[in-house]
Design a protein around this ligand. Sequence first.
Ligand code: SAM
Length: 182
Amino acid sequence: MRVTVLRLGHRPERDKRITTHVGLVSRAFGAEEMLLTGRDPSIEESLADVVERWGGDFRLKTDVSWKGEVIRWKEAGGKVVHLTMYGSRMQNVVDEIRMHDNILVVVGAEKVPAEMYDLADWNVAVGSQPHSEVAALAVFLDHLMEGQELTKDFDGGLRIIPSPRGKQVVGHRKQDFPDTKD
Ligand code: SAM
């Protein structure tokens, strides 16, 4: 399954940290790419740095037209999932969504254009209470991938050896973690 995340409505003056976290969650939980409306060099740098140190080939495409990307995605046969607290219960639709190969997951910031609700193949609620795009994305990706994303191998970077205590990291950029144990 190929998953791309579209982050709508990023406001550089307010959303830097949360949009960076949307990107980090996308990468860590199995998406291949994040599309961002607008540009923000600090987010580009942060995510590029994580990919360089921790591996994988997660990509960021900035300054996209959200509507153009959604329409292109659908024309290419992909499906579009818009995460919103007003949507269908995730538990009722996630099995159906998982049957498709190419999924674009859309998360908003403040106000999402009404058109997005119509263009989406599914409007999906992760619980019907307002919370956060970071939380909604993490929970949704986890359900979509049935937990498999948690053991994904990220080629070529630092790798953590899970330990009950302390920090164990192996890989070619160990100097980034001088306090880690061998
Ligand atoms: N009124 C918004 C909504 O439609 O969900 C809440 C805005 S929230 C600050 C920003 C984004 O978080 C939303 O655009 C949505 O993608 C995501 N979000 C927040 N709560 C959610 C929930 N319960 N289920 C799914 N997505 C949620």
